[in-house]
Design a binder for this molecule. Structure first.
Ligand code: ADP
Length: 432
C-alpha cells in the first residue's frame, strides 16, 4: 500500500478516534461516531464531485489542493490520459502517412467493407473512377455498373484481373483487381492500361492482318498444287514427292493462318459473345466419330458423358476446345493407346476431361503448354500436322467463359486435360 492510502486510513482512524473521545466526554458515543462518519463521507462526496467536474472539463492538469488517496486517483487518471493522447497522436501520424503513401500510388485503391460498400479511396481512385464524398457507403456495383465487373465481383474468384472500359471515359481501358483482406473486407485496385491495351491491339491487328493477307496466296498455291498433283502422269516420282511435300507444307501454313485468325478474333472480340444451349453429349458423339477417322483404328476412344448435362456457351468456341483436346490425344498417343473422354458434374461445376495413356509430358513443360507455338517436341508436332496453337486457343476460349484448364501428366504414363466450367454455365436437362 502506498503512502497516500496509508495516510487516508490514518485520516479515517483519526476522525473516528476524535468522534469517540468527544462522544465519551459528552456521553454520546453513537451520535459522535455517526457525525464523524457523515463528515468523512461528505468530504469524499465533495472530492468525487470535483473529480467529475474535472473529467468533464479540459483536464489540462491535476487541480490544486487535492488531498489523500484522491491525489493518487487524479495522478493515475492524468497519466492514462496523457498516454492516450500520445497514442492518438502516433495513430494520427501513421494514418496520415498511410494516406499520403496511398495517395501517391499510381493505381486507384478503393477500400470496400464486408458488404461491398465503398469505405475510402485514394486520390487516383477519385480521378480514375470519379469518386465523390457522397459515394461513401454506396455499393461498388452501383458505381461500376459494367456487367462484366458485376459478374467478376459476384464470382468471388479474384485470382485474375478484369479488363473493362472505364465507367467515366469510354476511351480509357481499366484493369481491375479485387484483393480480399482482413474480416471479409476487399480492396479494389484499378489501373489505367489504355497505352498497353493500344500496343496489344496493334500487335493483334498486325497478326490478324498478316494472316488475312496470307490466306489468299496460300489458297492459290494450294489450288495450283492440287491441279499439278492431279496431272501426275507428267511427273517423275521425284517431282511427285516434291509436290506432295509442298502441298503438305501449304496445308500446314493454311492451318496456322486459320488458327492465328481464330486467336486474334478471340482476343479482339470482347463483346458479349453469343451463348447458346449446347447438347454436349451429342456433340461429343460427333467429335468421337471424327476422331476415330483421324485415328484410323489405331486407338480406342471411349466417351463417358452425363446425358443430361448441357452447357450454356459459345457453340463454335466450345466445340473447338473439345476437338483440340481430343485430336491432340489422338495425335500424340501411340498406336493401341486408350483415350477416355469424360463429361460430368461435380460440386465445382461441369468438367470435360480427356485422358490418354500416351507418352505423357515432362513436368517442366506443363506451365508453358498453353503459350503460342510452344511445343514439347517441335518435329513430332509438325509431323502430326500440329500448329502449336491448339492449347493457346483452348485457354483463350476457357478464359472467355470464366473457365479453367488443368493439365496433369506423367512421362511414359499419359496425360489428363481437364476443363472446368462454372455452375453458371451448366444446364441440367430433365431425364426424358
Ligand atoms: P500442336 O498443334 O503442336 O498440337 P498444341 O498447342 O495443341 O499444339 O499442343 C502443344 C504441345 O503440347 C504439343 O506440341 C505436344 O507436344 C503437347 N501435347 C498436347 N497434347 C498432348 C497429349 N495428349 N499428349 C502428349 N503431348 C501433348
Amino acid at each position: 500500500m502506498n503512502d497516500s492510502w496509508s495516510r487516508e486510513i490514518w485520516r479515517l482512524s483519526a476522525i473516528i478516534c476524535l468522534g469517540l473521545i468527544i462522544g465519551v466526554i459528552i456521553d454520546a458515543i453513537a451520535w459522535m461516531l455517526l457525525i464523524a462518519t457523515v463528515i468523512y463521507l461528505f468530504w469524499h462526496l465533495r472530492q468525487l464531485y470535483r473529480l467529475d467536474q474535472w473529467l468533464q472539463g479540459k483536464r489540462s492538469g491535476i487541480p490544486e489542493n487535492v488531498e489523500g488517496a484522491w491525489a493518487d486517483v487524479y495522478y493515475n487518471l492524468y497519466r492514462l490520459q496523457q498516454r492516450n493522447r500520445r497514442r492518438k497522436k502516433r495513430l494520427a501520424t501513421m494514418v496520415n502517412r498511410f494516406r499520403q503513401s496511398t495517395n501517391a500510388l499510381p493505381d486507384a485503391a478503393v477500400i470496400l467493407d464486408d458488404k461491398g460498400n465503398i469505405e475510402n479511396w485514394n486520390k487516383t481512385a477519385a480521378s480514375l473512377l470519379n469518386l465523390r464524398k457522397q459515394d461513401v457507403h454506396q455499393p461498388v456495383t452501383n458505381l461500376i455498373r459494367h456487367p462484366a465487373f458485376i459478374e467478376y465481383f459476384r464470382r468471388l474468384d479474384y485470382s485474375e484481373p478484369l479488363r473493362i472500359i472505364s465507367p467515366i471515359d469510354a476511351a480509357v481501358k481499366l484493369s481491375m483487381q479485387i484483393v480480399p483482406y482482413g474480416n471479409n473486407q476487399h480492396l479494389l485496385m484499378a489501373r489505367d492500361i489504355t497505352r498497353i491495351h493500344k500496343l496489344e491491339q496493334m500487335r493483334t491487328d498486325f497478326i490478324a492482318n498478316v494472316s488475312h493477307e496470307l490466306r489468299t496466296p496460300l489458297t492459290v498455291i494450294s489450288g495450283y498444287l492440287e491441279t499439278l498433283l492431279e496431272d501426275d502422269d507428267d511427273w517423275t516420282i521425284q517431282h511427285d514427292r516434291v509436290l506432295s511435300s509442298m502441298m503438305q507444307q501449304t496445308i500446314r501454313m493454311q492451318n496456322i493462318v486459320t488458327d492465328l485468325l481464330l486467336i486474334s478474333r478471340l482476343e479482339t472480340d470482347e463483346s458479349e459473345h453469343k451463348r447458346q444451349q449446347i447438347d454436349v453429349p451429342a456433340q461429343l458423339r460427333m467429335i468421337q466419330s471424327d476422331a476415330e477417322s483421324l485415328s484410323m483404328g489405331r486407338h480406342t476412344i471411349t466417351i463417358e458423358a452425363d446425358p443430361n448435362l448441357w452447357l450454356m456457351a459459345n457453340h463454335s468456341e466450345v466445340i473447338s476446345v473439345f476437338t483440340n483436346l481430343i485430336y491432340n490425344a489422338v495425335k500424340y498417343t501411340q498406336e493401341g493407346g486408350q483415350i477416355i473422354v469424360r463429361w460430368y458434374l461435380n460440386d465445382q461445376g461441369a468438367c470435360f476431361e480427356v485422358e490418354d495413356n500416351g507418352p505423357g509430358i515432362a513436368q517442366q513443360h506443363l506451365p508453358r503448354l498453353t503459350e503460342r507455338f510452344y511445343r514439347v517436341d517441335v518435329g513430332r508436332s509438325r509431323e502430326r500436322g500440329g500448329t502449336g496453337l491448339g492449347l493457346a486457343i483452348v485457354k483463350h476460349v476457357l478464359n472467355r467463359h470464366g473457365s479453367k484448364l488443368e493439365i496433369s501428366s506423367e512421362l511414359g504414363k499419359g496425360s489428363l486435360f481437364r476443363c472446368k466450367f462454372p455452375h453458371t454455365l451448366v444446364i441440367q436437362k430433365e431425364v426424358a
